[in-house]
Design a protein around this ligand. Structure first.
Ligand code: SF4
Ligand code: SF4
Ligand code: FES
Length: 261
């Protein structure tokens, strides 16, 4: 049987524990992945105990409290705190989610927090999203037209506008793509569910006039057809969107396109 050994510098070690003050009645324990490239040390898990009554209700509230009151070296991303910007995505107790919308009370007493999986880590909970956003740029995520601009705006009727629901709402948090096994192994070529959902958003926009160019870009085994309908993406999306369905719809458009030629 094959044996696999992790490189020595990737083995997780046990870090520091910051206990709750004596007498704390309701303790919540947070086990958080830490890695600082400047020290050259292995990644570690630090443990922080908080008084649940002195902390807001969301996972992000706890992380901010840890940074403000216990350990200012903890690195993470956040901006809106409203589930809108997509920057606080991380893996909490094994599932990718938004720390700012996820309630601490949805978890057992111990909450384990890691960066999004299968991305390079820049520091602690901050992953390198460069390749994800480079792929997003590849699909040209803007309205593309060939006809002359009208005097006023390009109109869209209500039925066509409704087709964008569940697509324009994507906040590019990458929870779906980084939970997709196909994306883990082929993220250099497969676009992944988030970028494909965005690609579909422009394919179905009645005002866009580059449908053929967009389909032609995706008509390759790698960017699109590496999706094997495992459905992790849809199960994970913290906004309740369905990237797997969007991918299936693109595949249908491909079939229709092939029939027409
Ligand atoms: S349905 Fe496709 S994109 Fe979604 S997780 Fe599965 S393989 Fe990945
Ligand atoms: S589809 Fe959902 S999980 Fe994926 S990037 Fe968009 S909002 Fe995030
Ligand atoms: S901080 Fe903006 S989505 Fe969480």
């Amino acid at each position: 049987m094959a044996e696999f050994t992790l490189p020595k510098n990737s083995v997780l070690t046990q870090g520091k524990t910051y206990p709750a003050p004596a007498g704390t009645k309701q303790i919540r324990r947070f086990e958080i992945y830490r890695w600082d490239p400047e020290t050259g040390a292995n990644p570690r898990i630090d443990v922080y105990e908080l008084d649940a009554n002195q902390c807001g209700n969301k996972v992000l509230d706890a992380i901010i409290k840890i940074k403000n009151d216990i350990d200012s070296t903890l690195a993470f991303r956040r901006s809106c705190r409203e589930g809108v910007c997509g920057s606080c995505s991380m893996n909490v107790n094994g599932k990718n989610t938004l720390a700012c919308t996820k309630s601490i009370n949805d978890f057992p007493d111990v909450i384990k927090i890691y960066p999004l999986p299968h991305l390079q880590v820049i520091k602690d909970l901050v992953p390198d999203m460069s390749s994800f956003f480079n792929q997003y740029a590849e699909i040209k995520p803007w309205l593309s037209t060939k006809t002359a601009s009208p005097e006023r705006e390009r109109l869209q009727n209500k039925t066509d506008r409704d087709k964008l629901d569940g697509l324009y709402d994507c906040i590019l948090c990458a929870c779906c793509s980084t939970s997709c096994p196909s994306y883990w192994w082929n993220s250099d070529k497969f676009f992944g569910p988030a970028v494909l959902l965005q690609a579909y958003r422009w394919l179905v926009d009645s005002r866009d006039e580059k449908t053929e160019e967009r389909l032609s870009q995706l008509d390759d085994a790698l960017p699109l057809y590496r999706c094997h309908t495992i459905m992790n993406c849809t199960d994970t999306c913290p906004k309740g969107l369905n990237p797997a369905k969007a991918i299936a719809e693109i595949k249908k458009l491909m079939v229709e396109r092939q029939k027409a030629t």
